[in-house]
Design a protein around this ligand. Structure first.
Ligand code: BDR
Ligand code: CA
Length: 310
């Protein structure tokens, strides 16, 4: 199985990504590292544990990481995710422990103990933990097989400012470090995730599985989609973070191209904008495989089938 570390700020869509990963035998989740993002760290680390317990996997190791971005003040997204970050179902308080080790130490120690190019990092929130690990221990870079992250937007624009997507906006300096680290990187921007909509039909298929996990998943998505439906009038909300995990299982669901991505860290107007050289008009090195297309029906079929296993 492919070894992964999920770095996350749950978040309903993060929760679905964790469920998808834990349900997939192709993946071995070495640990889950929490970061501040959608809600503060105290909630994201707790939410990660709630989801592991929901999945019936309380032995999964969950670590708490950075409580704030590298330089900027933390911006959260309660208007999208609710006060707890996981509004929707009534999930019990977790009984499984939070690990004592700091998430950044866990990432560094794990990578140093693994073979070259053997571990894939899956960032689903602001990139603070990953940037801290790379800055403290640059020697971990060759151990990383790939970083597959949800973040950014190019033709699609931003979802927190006209220019910036939330994960990159919250910690643009961290994103800049990660993008410039010279590590193979796959980026799932809003251009992809805005096509992965939780339509009525798709939610009905998940609910129809009838298991406690499927019901909780449907309740999470019901809450999450309200925001986009009400604001933009779409049929369902975009299911961002599970695209990262689906790519690891079925890369053929996605299409994109290799190009240069740079992050704006100077201008307030476009802070956190991902400038994607899609048409390769510069000589800047290709540092990311940037996705643009998704087989959304195939993606939801995979998600639904995997949820049925939990
Ligand atoms: C990203 O921001 C968060 O609100 C979601 O969990 C996702 O990771 C989408 O912009
Ligand atoms: Ca997230």
């Amino acid at each position: 199985a492919r070894k992964i570390i999920i770095d996350t700020d749950p978040g309903q869509d993060d929760a679905l990504a964790i469920l998808l990963a834990l349900a997939s035998p192709e993946l071995e989740v070495l640990g889950i590292t929490a970061v501040a993002g959608n809600v503060p760290l105290a909630l994201t680390q707790k939410n990660a544990r709630k989801i592991c317990e929901l999945a019936g996997r309380p032995e999964t190791r969950v670590f708490a990481g950075a409580a704030r971005p590298l330089l900027r003040k933390l911006v959260t997204a309660e208007e999208v995710h609710g006060r707890t970050g996981l509004d929707g179902p009534d999930l019990p308080e977790p009984r499984m422990p939070l690990q004592d080790t700091h998430a950044v130490d866990f990432i560094i120690e794990t990578l140093l103990n693994q073979a070259e190019k053997s571990v894939t990092l899956c960032p689903l929130g602001p990139l603070t933990n990953i940037a801290l690990a790379l800055s403290r221990a640059p020697e971990i870079a060759p151990r990383i097989r790939e970083i597959v992250l949800m973040g950014g937007g190019f033709f699609e624009g931003g979802n927190v400012t006209p220019a910036a997507e939330f994960n990159i906006y919250v910690d643009p300096h961290a994103a800049d470090i990660v993008l410039q680290a010279g590590i193979p990187l796959v980026m799932m921007p809003l251009d992809v995730t805005h096509k992965a909509l939780t339509t009525r039909k798709r939610l009905t298929a998940i609910r129809a599985l009838g298991t406690p996990v499927a019901l909780a998943a449907a309740q999470l998505l019901d809450f999450f989609e309200r925001f986009d439906e009400e604001k933009y009038g779409t049929d369902g909300g975009p299911l961002h973070d599970p695209c990262v995990i689906a790519y690891l299982i079925k890369p053929e669901l996605f299409g994109g191209k290799s190009c240069n991505v740079s992050v704006e860290t100077g201008s307030e107007l476009t802070m956190g904008m991902t400038v994607v050289d899609w048409w390769r008009v510069t000589e800047r090195p290709h540092n990311a495989l940037v996705m643009r297309d998704i087989d959304a029906d195939g993606f939801f079929a995979l998600l639904t089938e995997r949820l049925s296993r939990l």
